[in-house]
Design a protein around this ligand. Sequence first.
Ligand code: THU
Length: 156
Amino acid sequence: MKGFEIFTAIEELDNESKYLIHKAKEAAHAAYAPYSKFHVGAAIILEDGTVVTGSNQENASYPLCMCAERVALYTVASQHAGQRIMKMAIVAHKKNHKELSAAASCGACRQVMAEFEERQHKPFEIVMHHTDNQWIKCHSASSLLPYVFTKGSLED
Ligand code: THU
């Protein structure tokens, strides 16, 4: 199967993805983004159905800003250790804009997603808003980062 699918309307997505998108939109309300004014929300569903969310958190010292995806992923590791991640949805919008912006995860988040996937020995899906009401569903984090650097690279 190809690494990803494109959907041209949210209605075409499965119900779980739609629900996670809804939770990601809610999460984006908690973004703290006074510098970029770019509000991002991420929602992760675990194997037992628990949903964990995150939003981007910025800082006057810009390099300390943290992306929504990593806030959500590290919350899973800290509060739901051992639970498998099934799917993650990501949305973004500019401050005071109703319509969504493209929510392409940055390279750092893709790297972290890949390590979470390696930790659980099972892929998880990533649903991201593209442009013009299109949605991208990736079948695994590794498909977002080919030839990824992993802990295997550090072994003797
Ligand atoms: N941001 C995310 O939350 N996720 C990404 O994958 C890309 C960027 C945030 C970081 C920063 O607060 C703002 O968006 C602008 O880069």
